[in-house]
Design a protein around this ligand. Structure first.
Ligand SMILES: Nc1ncnc2c1ncn2[C@@H]1O[C@H](COP(=O)(O)OP(=O)(O)O)[C@@H](O)[C@H]1O
Ligand SMILES: [Mg+2]
Length: 343
């Protein structure tokens, strides 16, 4: 059974539809990422699911129980939903243990044991239980926020960009830790993020939100390799787009004749490749497809700009800095896998 079912959810602020007719199912025990640019309605959607605000139209059901519909509104504290927000939002006057135990009630029988168990789960030392939130790092605060949200064993966990205020190296450690803790607890999860790499690596299923509308949902591989719109194609990663003429299983383009998944299409169109499908091989001027005219260094990767003989626009390819040929090198492209038609 689906843990969460959204049917035609709409929420407006004035003339802006922050969430516009969104329908989505989240299966029991899975992790779904809702990804979209800033302002696309992600936080609003989570607030509607959590019960902090009512939708104007549509229905929300959790474990088959309708929690929001015309005339029905189950308040947030009765939804059995855990929420972790971007900045943790811990109670500053309570200790770490006080924060984690907040929803359990003072006399709950197993309170202390459960707090200890949750500190362990989020990999914090027991001694930290007596500290105040202001004496914790950002990463530690997010761990406490997660422990607090898990304390009441919610049937659904909502995470609103919980890693975005952390630095890059910590973000990956936290993402793996959160995934493990949620898996161990068997908690169904919805993560919202503007970070496509985070969405693709964290979730079993990804849904893309754009201007309040859900534009595509599917497995991470499905969305990355088979986007149904240019927006989804470009939002989930870099693309190299090229005008092409399709002839059978080949696309004739500035890189020559390359293999394409044509899906029955023929004639003039635009194809795309992911940058990791392109290898740049230094060669002699006569054999070359073009020449490196610029390079932007970004540590592990560089963006290499290649002018192609007949094509007015240069190609920009992000590649490993180790393999990036210097400016002035004549290069040939080797294409790995198949191009796809840009929808
Ligand atoms: N309380 C509010 N009052 C008015 N407009 C709002 C309010 N909350 C959000 N919005 C607007 O709704 C849209 C979606 O916002 P939000 O859900 O916060 O997006 P995201 O989390 O994807 O960045 C934005 O245009 C935002 O300005
Ligand atoms: Mg937001």
């Amino acid at each position: 059974m689906s843990t969460l079912t959204l049917t035609g959810i709409t929420k407006r602020y004035g003339s802006v539809a922050a969430v516009d007719n969104v329908s989505l199912k989240v299966e029991h025990g899975t992790r779904t990422a809702v990804v979209g640019p800033s302002g696309s309605g992600k936080t609003t959607l989570l607030r509607l699911i959590a019960g902090f605000e009512p939708p104007e139209a549509g229905c929300i059901a959790i474990d088959g129980e309708v929690v929001a519909d015309q005339g029905v509104i189950v308040p947030a504290h009765r939804r059995s939903v855990g929420v972790v927000s971007q900045h943790g939002a811990l109670f500053p006057h309570l200790t770490v243990a006080g924060n984690i135990g907040f929803g359990m009630g003072r006399r709950a029988k197993d309170r202390d044991r459960r707090i200890a168990e949750l500190l362990d789960a989020v990999e914090l030392p027991q001694a930290m239980g007596g500290r105040k939130p202001r004496d914790l790092s950002g990463g530690e605060q997010q761990r406490v926020a997660l422990a607090r949200a898990l304390a009441r064993r919610p049937r659904l966990m909502l995470l609103d960009e919980p890693f975005s205020s952390l630095d890059t190296s910590l973000r990956e450690v936290m993402r793996a830790m959160v995934a493990r803790v949620l898996d161990d607890a068997g908690t169904t999860t919805v993560l919202v993020t503007h970070d496509q790499a985070e969405a693709l690596s964290f979730a079993d299923r990804v849904a893309v939100l754009h201007r309040g509308q859900l534009v595509q949902a599917g497995s991470p591989q499905d969305l990355y390799f088979r986007p149904q719109s240019p927006m989804v194609a470009a939002f989930l990663g870099d693309i190299v787009a090229l005008p092409a003429v399709i002839e059978g299983d080949l696309a004739v383009c500035a890189l020559g004749s390359i293999a394409v998944t044509a899906d029955g299409r023929a004639g003039t169109t635009t194809i795309f490749l992911r940058p990791e499908q392109l290898r740049l091989v230094p060669t002699t001027a006569v054999d070359s497809d073009g020449e490196v005219i610029g390079s932007g260094f970004a540590g592990p990767t560089s963006t290499v700009i290649v002018s192609l003989g007949k094509r007015p626009e240069p190609l920009r390819v992000r590649m490993s800095s180790q393999d990036a040929p210097p400016v002035g090198t004549p290069v040939k492209f080797v294409v790995l896998g198949k191009a796809r038609i840009l929808p």
